[in-house]
Write a protein of this length. Sequence first.
Length: 62
Amino acid sequence: MKPSANALYWEASYEIVLNLIEAYPDADLDSIGLQQLQEYIVALPNFADDPELANDGILSEI
């Protein structure tokens, strides 16, 4: 199976942020915890990476 051109992976932090802003316009993404941030990211419809690969460093960068 070929990955979608719009698929999101952990290393695409800028694209993830843009998608989060669109998906959660009322959320203050700067003030949520890392666990909530991970839940938001994994719930994005085009997120295609392994949720288990996330760590505090990756999430803090986003």
